[in-house]
Design a protein around this ligand. Structure first.
Ligand code: SF4
Length: 359
C-alpha cells in the first residue's frame, strides 16, 4: 500500500488548536503549514492527481448523519454514513469520488470529529428502538489515513458504549495495528472490500494488495473484532469466474464463518460523469469496455443479465464456503434480489441479521 504524502498543507485557523493538527505537524515536520481564514481558493475544480497531494484540515458544519444512497427501486442496506475525511489518496479507476468531488477534490480532514460524533450520539439516542449500522467510508477509505488522524479510536469508543450502534470501518488498506488493543466490546466490524488479486492489480492502484488486506483482517479477527467482506465492485473481466473462485478458496482457507459478520456483493456502478474522467486518468483500465448502461437512478451499471450472472456465480461460491454467514446485495433492485434470492429484500430482513449477530 502506498502511503499518503501530502506536498502542501492548509490549516483553517478555526481548528489550529485541534489535536489532529498537532499530529499532522509532528508527523510531517518538513511541511510548512499555511494557516487560512478564507477557504474559497481551495474549493476549486483542480485535477485529482494534484488535489491528492494537498491536505486541508478544517471543520465540518453541515448535517453529518446521512442514510446511504438507496434510490427508487434500489434496495438500501440500512446504513448511516458519517464523513470525517473527504477524498482518498488511493487510486481505484472506478472511484466515484473522482466525479462526486470534482468541484472540491482537495484531501480534507474534519478536525471537529468530537462534535460530529456528538451529533451521531444524539441521533442514536433519539431512535433507541433500532440498531443502526454507522460507517465512515462514504467520502473516503475508513482506515487508510487513520494512523495519521486517529479518528477511529473515538468512533470505536462510541460504538462500544451505544447499545443501538454497530460501527463499520470499511477499507482497502492494511491499517489496523493501532486498533488491535482498543476496548471495542464487539461493536465494531472491520471490513475489507475485496477483489481477486488480478483485479486489484489492474484497477485498485496504491491500495493494499489482496494478501496485505487479508493479513490485516486476520490480525483484526485475532483481536476479537468482527470482520466482514464486501465483494464489491464485482468486475466482469476476462477470467472472472476462475478469479472469484480462487478468492473464495483463499478466504475459506484463512477465515472461519464464526469470525465473519456478513459478506456483501455489489456489481460495478458509477455516475455518468465518471467515465470520461476515469478513461483519461486510467487509459489502461478495461472496466469501462464492458456492456454497461444507464439505470433509472442515473448510475451506469452492467446489463441486468450480466449482473445476475455475476451474483449467481459469486453467491454460490460464498454460500458453498460460508453457508452460515449472512450475505446480501448492495444497491440492487428488488427484481434482481428476487431472481438471485427468490424473494425481495426488506429493511426488516437486514435488521433481523443485525439483531441475530449483535442484538
Ligand atoms: S479505496 Fe475507495 S475511496 Fe479510495 S480510491 Fe478506492 S474506491 Fe475511492
Amino acid at each position: 500500500m502506498e502511503e499518503f504524502k501530502p506536498q502542501s498543507l492548509f490549516i483553517d485557523t478555526r481548528v489550529a488548536h485541534f489535536p489532529v493538527v498537532k499530529r499532522v505537524l509532528s508527523l510531517w515536520p518538513h511541511l510548512k503549514p499555511n494557516f487560512v481564514d478564507d477557504l474559497s481558493f481551495l474549493k476549486q475544480a483542480i485535477p485529482h492527481s494534484e488535489a491528492k497531494k494537498k491536505l486541508l484540515i478544517t471543520r465540518f458544519d453541515g448535517s453529518v448523519v446521512k442514510p446511504c444512497q438507496g434510490f427508487g427501486d434500489y434496495v438500501c442496506c440500512n446504513y448511516l454514513t458519517v464523513s470525517l475525511i473527504s477524498n482518498c489518496h488511493f487510486e481505484c479507476s472506478y472511484c466515484i469520488l473522482q466525479d462526486y468531488l470534482k468541484n472540491n477534490p482537495i484531501m480534507t480532514f474534519y478536525a471537529n470529529h468530537h462534535e460530529i460524533l456528538a451529533q451521531v450520539e444524539k441521533f442514536l439516542d433519539e431512535r433507541p428502538q433500532q440498531i443502526w449500522r454507522v460507517g465512515t467510508g462514504e467520502l473516503a477509505d475508513s482506515l487508510a489515513l487513520d494512523p495519521i488522524t486517529d479518528f477511529s479510536r473515538e468512533c470505536i469508543a462510541l460504538a462500544a458504549r451505544k447499545q443501538n450502534m454497530i460501527l463499520e470501518l470499511k477499507t482497502k488498506s492494511n491499517c489496523v495495528d493501532h486498533l488491535l488493543k482498543l476496548p471495542h466490546h464487539n461493536k465494531t466490524v472491520l471490513s475489507w472490500s475485496l477483489n481477486p488479486k488480478e483485479h486489484v492489480k489492474k484497477e485498485e492502484h496504491k491500495t493494499a494488495n489482496l494478501d496485505e488486506r487479508l493479513a490485516a483482517a486476520r490480525k483484526a479477527a485475532n483481536a476479537g473484532y468482527w470482520i466482514a467482506f464486501h465483494l464489491d465492485p464485482l468486475m466482469h473481466l476476462e477470467g472472472w469466474k476462475k478469479n472469484y473462485e480462487e478468492l473464495l478458496i483463499q478466504l475459506a482457507d484463512e477465515f472461519c464463518s464464526e469470525e465473519i459478520a456478513w459478506i456483501s456483493m455489489g456489481s460495478l456502478r458509477y455516475t455518468s460523469g465518471l467515465e470520461n474522467i476515469a478513461r483519461e486518468r486510467f487509459p489502461k483500465s478495461e472496466l469501462f469496455l464492458g456492456e454497461l448502461f444507464k439505470s433509472p437512478d442515473g448510475k451506469i451499471r452492467y446489463l441486468r443479465e450480466i449482473r445476475e450472472e455475476l451474483y449467481t456465480y459469486v453467491k454460490n461460491l460464498v454460500e458453498k464456503n460460508f453457508p452460515t454467514v449472512p450475505n446480501y446485495l448492495c444497491m440492487e433492485t428488488n427484481k434482481v434480489w428476487e431472481r438471485i434470492y427468490g424473494r425481495t429484500s426488506t429493511q426488516g430482513e437486514i435488521e433481523k441479521h443485525l439483531n441475530e449477530r449483535f442484538g
